[in-house]
Design a protein around this ligand. Structure first.
Ligand code: DX5
Ligand code: ZN
Length: 220
């Protein structure tokens, strides 16, 4: 069994005390911190950008797994690097030159990731698979937490698992949207190595976070 990384999405945290929330999920067993950046244009919702991420950086040593739902991406790459992003994940639809964007993310010292919307095929990864460290399968349409898991994405996870295994490289295969104690084990069986969860982690407040994170891991 592969090690599974749990990356709580702070989209479901209390935005009035994000620093405390990040410390709480760190102590509760989070492996990474998933940070959803939305621009109200690429997706129909707004969150925050590099200045907020920079202020959050001192609150944990865990990697910042930053999911960009913005267009364009390229003018902001350096700002996210400076703010402390470790992984920077982009949607192919956000710009005309995916390969150039991934190279720029790497050159800025971050790990590049590609996010696939529910209707975006696994095959889009093929020409850039040697240039990325993470593939993110969206199992909801991006923009909001608390949506229902889209079952058809498990087939895409299986396809990506085969593509990644053929490279022999340790590319993280992450899934995001509608993950909970019921859907997470099925995604893991299909081949993911990282689970993003917002509502399933933050429900019940800080005293519940450790149990909520544990419920997403496969039982041994
Ligand atoms: C949606 C975001 C997700 C979201 C997941 O656009 O990318 O990270 O926070 O929320 P849940 O886990 O509640 O579906
Ligand atoms: Zn996300």
């Amino acid at each position: 069994m592969r090690d599974i990384l749990i990356s709580p999405s702070i989209l479901s945290a209390d935005f009035a005390c994000l620093g405390e929330e990040i410390r709480a999920i760190d102590h509760a067993g989070a492996d990474m911190i998933h940070i959803d950046v939305m621009d109200g244009h690429f997706v129909p919702n707004l969150t925050f950008g590099p200045p907020v991420i920079e202020k959050l950086r001192p609150h944990t040593k865990k990697p910042f797994d930053v999911h960009l739902m913005i267009a364009p991406v390229d003018p902001f790459i350096h700002a996210f690097a400076k703010a402390g992003a470790d992984i920077l994940t982009v949607h192919p639809e956000a710009g005309a030159h995916l390969h150039r964007t991934l190279q720029a993310i790497r050159a800025a010292g971050m790990k590049p990731g590609v996010a696939l919307n529910p209707a975006t095929p696994a095959s889009i990864i093929e020409p850039v698979i040697d240039d990325i460290d993470l593939v993110l399968v969206m199992s909801v349409n991006p923009g909001f937490g608390g949506q229902a898991f889209i079952e058809s994405q498990l087939r895409k996870v299986e396809q990506l698992r085969q593509m990644i295994d053929r490279t022999g490289r340790d590319i993280i295969l992450e899934i995001d949207g509608g993950l909970n104690a019921e859907t997470s084990p099925r995604a893991i069986s299909a081949g993911v190595t990282a689970i993003v969860a917002g509502s399933a982690v933050f429900k019940g407040g800080p005293t519940a976070y450790a149990d909520n994170i544990r419920a997403l891991r496969p039982s041994v």
